[in-house]
Write a protein that binds this ligand. Sequence first.
Ligand SMILES: *[C@@H]1O[C@H](CO)[C@@H](O)[C@H](O)[C@H]1NC(C)=O
Length: 331
Amino acid sequence: MQVTTSEKWNNHTAITEFILLGFGAANELQILLFLVFAVIYIFTMTGNILIVILVVSDQHLHTPMYYFLGNLSFLEVCYSSNILPKMLGRFLTGDKTISVSGCFTQLFCFGCLICVECYLLSLMSFDRYVAICKPLHYATIMNGRIILYLLVGSWICAVSISFLIVYRVSQLSFCGPDEIDHFFCDFSPLLQLSCSDISHVKLLALIFGSINILPPFILTITSYVCIITAILRISSTTGRQKAFATCSSHLIVVTLFYGTLTIVYILPNTSTLGELKKVFSVPYAVLTPMVNPLIYSLRNKEVKESLKRLWIDSSFRGDIKRSNPLLLRRG
Ligand SMILES: *[C@@H]1O[C@H](CO)[C@@H](O)[C@H](O)[C@H]1NC(C)=O
């Protein structure tokens, strides 16, 4: 094993695994927490996988908005699978250890996915802004090639930023204590355990965090303000109410996502805030992936129709098979 200089000098043993303290609840509560998060995970996976299937398979949904929604759902599947299965395992077995490499991998995946999520949410609000406020330019601004570039660009940006930060974190030495006061390997709780000088990593993360969170946040809010102003000019009351309800639910979810991210990653670590940060991570780490498909896609008329088509289609095929097996065998 490679021993770094600081470990030699401090006469510390190198840490090979961390302990994730989780919610620190009593043993009886662990089962309750397991059930709650298992339900959240099942809902998240079902909703998002359904949307990916619909967007990929249904020709009617091959438009920019649904490409974004499909990509968002795919992202949410990866995102919650990075955090929840391991967390559920810990509730069930009580084994709270995680290897150092496992921890860094989780941190890297989390960093990538959350960056892409920030970009995607803002791209989606921009897409709606163009559709509602600049409808005549929609086809030129949001064409297939531009969307592909935007998506690929988001992933490249996210992977490189996340790699850079996790690489710097992995160079720090950890010499104990090994208890991470969180429910997954997140950046600041991990950093607090290091016995190296962490000021440069912190600065790097603050700069990248601000670049990743604030501009998408501002773009999103601006888009929605423009959209809502446009909606208020609609003359029919029911149309206005419906559009307003849709937009405000998007706005609430987006604000909750970026708001808690800002509190956790950009605001300084004061003693009162430090304790709350674990609670403030629940919305963006666990809840957004679950509510996004409900808020953005499944309430949508076109998605409902597509679901109906998929359902009728599959039951129709089932009927043929059941009632006339020869037909299929010959065909
Ligand atoms: C993601 O977006 C691209 C278009 O840019 C599209 O071809 C692809 O089907 C989308 N993926 C999903 C899962 O919707």
